[in-house]
Ligand binder design. Structure first.
Ligand code: 5GP
Ligand code: ZN
Length: 113
């Protein structure tokens, strides 16, 4: 499959890795929008949250566990940080492999909600 994040997971494309388990990989975004900007992806390809099925829904738990661990490792857990997942073209999703952006290290704004 021609998916850039699958290629990062396989090692075909290099990335600055923060955390890896059997289920997930976390790596620094190539175009950081904040001093800390890490992407967390399931190793199994799923297009987006909208595409989760009964079979792939359990992937959410290790993804959320990784959010906490990444925040600790990058030193943003104490001050606060933001987690974003763009779903589909209307939300600006450009890589169709489910991912969470973890952003922190500066005052974040504006808030949408
Ligand atoms: P989206 O726009 O789909 O929510 O987020 C995709 C993110 O992937 C963007 O923030 C973009 O900078 C990042 N990205 C795209 N290609 C690469 C890459 O080859 N390596 C890394 N580390 N990040 C990438
Ligand atoms: Zn993929």
């Amino acid at each position: 499959m021609d998916c850039i994040f699958c290629k990062i997971i396989s090692g075909e494309i290099p990335a600055d890795r923060v955390l890896e388990t059997d289920e997930i990989l976390a790596f620094h975004d190539i175009h950081p929008a904040a001093p800390v900007h890490v992407l967390i992806v399931p190793k199994k390809h799923v297009d987006s949250i909208q595409a989760l099925s009964a079979e792939t829904l359990p992937l959410v738990m290790p993804l959320h566990a990784a959010i906490r661990e990444v925040a600790e490792r990058t030193g943003i857990a104490g001050k606060g940080y933001r987690v974003i997942s763009n779903i589909g073209e209307g939300a600006g999703q450009t890589v169709m492999h489910l991912h969470y952006h973890v952003l922190g290290g500066r005052k974040l704004g504006p808030k949408l909600l």
